[in-house]
Design a binder for this molecule. Structure first.
Ligand SMILES: CC(C)(COP(=O)(O)OP(=O)(O)OC[C@H]1O[C@@H](n2cnc3c(N)ncnc32)[C@H](O)[C@@H]1OP(=O)(O)O)[C@@H](O)C(=O)NCCC(=O)NCCS
Length: 323
């Protein structure tokens, strides 16, 4: 049985760091409020020369280097983003071009903060069906460009960045001891649209729009949705939370992460948390967190890793894989 195995990982962050203290100068907020409610102390914000495509390309190059591969070895690129450089062509095609690739195919995936989980699941399906052999899966965002910087209830929460992994098809035994993606669980429910959305778009206002959110409403739904898909992914394999080495959650809010881990009985020592340094980077947050924890030696070959996310739509999902 073919398994989609992580061959390499990489990340890229904008040059500029914006601390909570800096935000105190521009909106009516405090470092204490932001840290207490979210765990965020700083975020990265893209400069004029940094875009979702440029950051995504840097992360892709880092992942290829880490895997010991070149763009020639890749036959598919899938990019999870809600902040594309252009309405079209896809940011994935832009990145393909920046990598000097004229072979293969590239496309974007839009599932907001759950984008990377959807993209990994999609890449896994393409690999297992024989449509692709090696896939660059990228999450890249410049949410700073769609924030209303005068709205303290949203602008303090988000940041920019990119992360990438290379998935490669490898023959496995078909057991849960295999390396690679073992199970996935995806969900969406559009009836929640008004709780988290962007108030513009090509087919409505003809503008890009700004992010709008009912934070309390999102919070109310988050933990239940996240834990449901995690339990579903475990159930598909027969594995349990006790056997998990690392939970790598979407980094929206430390309180949501802690409450989800607690509900599942996963100790915090097994949870990768980067929201303090990156803020919520939407589809980029999971591959950024993976890159941090794999670089510092926490996530090691053979480890059982659960990815999970929840975001606008609502969309939510989980992927269980062996690193
Ligand atoms: C956004 C969030 C941190 C707000 O925390 P909360 O405890 O729910 O706070 P509330 O929205 O109830 O607001 C409490 C008070 O803080 C104020 N407040 C909001 N943002 C503030 C800020 N940046 N600084 C200071 N005060 C702020 C509110 O105006 C409100 O004041 P009021 O009581 O006088 O009306 C929290 O709801 C959350 O994390 N939600 C999930 C958001 C998320 O992760 N979204 C992305 C999903 S992918």
């Amino acid at each position: 049985m073919i398994r989609s195995v992580v061959r390499g990982f990489g990340a890229a962050l904008p040059k500029r760091v914006v601390t909570n203290r800096e935000l105190e100068q521009t909106v009516d907020t405090t470092d204490e409020w932001i840290v207490q409610r979210t765990g965020i102390t700083q975020r990265y914000v893209a400069g004029p020369d940094e875009t979702s495509a440029s950051l995504g390309t840097d992360a892709a190059r880092a992942a290829l280097d880490n895997a010991g591969l070149t763009p020639d070895d890749i036959d598919m690129i899938v990019v999870a983003t809600s902040t594309p450089d252009n309405t079209f062509p896809a940011t994935a095609v832009n990145i393909q071009n920046r990598l000097g690739m004229t072979h293969g195919y590239a496309f974007d995936m839009q599932a907001v903060c759950t984008g990377f989980v959807y993209a990994v699941t999609t890449a896994d399906s393409f690999i297992r069906s024989g449509q692709a052999k090696r896939v660059l899966v990228i999450g890249t965002e410049t949410f700073s460009r769609i924030l209303d910087w005068s709205d303290r209830t949203t602008c303090v929460l988000f940041g920019d960045g990119a992360g990438a992994i290379v998935l490669e098809g490898e023959e496995g035994e078909g057991t849960v001891a295999d390396r690679g993606v073992l199970a996935a669980s995806l969900r969406s429910d559009g009836s929640h649209k008004d709780k988290l959305y962007v108030d513009g778009g090509p087919s409505t206002t003809g503008t890009v729009g700004h992010l709008r959110m009912e934070g309390r409403e999102v919070f109310k739904h988050a933990v239940g949705m996240i834990t449901d898909v995690i339990v579903d992914a475990f159930d598909k394999t027969g594995l349990t939370a006790e056997e998990l080495d690392w939970l790598v959650p979407h980094q929206a809010n430390r309180r949501i992460i802690e409450a989800s881990a607690k509900k599942l009985g996963i100790p915090l020592e097994k949870v990768v948390i980067t929201v303090d340094l990156h803020g919520n980077t939407s589809a980029a947050s999971i591959p950024l967190a993976l890159a941090v924890a794999a670089s510092d030696g926490r996530i090691r070959k053979g480890d059982l890793v659960m990815l999970e996310a929840m975001g606008g739509g609502f969309t939510w999902g989980a992927v269980l894989l062996r690193w």
